[in-house]
Design a protein around this ligand. Structure first.
Ligand code: MG
Length: 159
């Protein structure tokens, strides 16, 4: 009998000048980045929370507090690698990941395959089990106004 878990994650960050835009571990050419204690990788943070939630390991703030100087401008892919280690340590394997970015701009289509490849590597899960979508919010709310980016992620784990 296979044991199975579902996890869900959400994150959002505000655009800020003078920072690189990093989404899903990929640097996206754009005039604004995301304000954060870490590199502000909104997608990776949502994925971390989905994984931690599924494994019963609380949340990203518990493991990597934004009051800790060690995580200043941290590369979020390193945080995700640590989260995957924790999840594996509990005996879980990532079965699949499905996530959505909500933003008006920049256009994500040219970068989606690179992000999927990066997530596949980090999650040790085949690319066909990973989906990354991007959509606008039809000009509504903070994402629609171009104030920032939101990301949601759902993950399943198996053991
Ligand atoms: Mg975050």
């Amino acid at each position: 009998m296979m044991d199975f878990r579902v996890g869900f994650g959400y994150d959002s960050h505000r655009f800020a000048p003078g920072r690189p835009l990093v989404i899903g571990g990929i640097v996206i050419p754009y005039e604004l980045g995301l304000a954060a204690h870490s590199d502000g990788d909104v997608l990776i943070h949502a994925v971390c929370d989905a994984l931690l939630g599924a494994a019963g390991l609380k949340d990203i703030g518990t493991w990597f507090p934004d009051t800790d100087a060690a995580y200043k401008n941290a590369d979020s892919t390193l945080l995700l690698a640590k989260v995957v280690e924790l999840v594996h340590g509990k005996g879980w394997q990532v079965n699949n990941l499905d996530c959505t970015l909500v933003l008006e701009r920049p256009k994500m289509k040219p970068h989606i395959d690179d992000i999927i490849a990066k997530l596949s590597q980090l999650l040790e899960t085949p690319t066909e089990n990973i989906a990354v979508k991007a959509k606008t919010n039809e000009k509504m709310g903070f994402t629609g106004a171009g104030e920032g980016i939101a990301a949601v992620a759902a993950v399943t784990l198996r053991k």
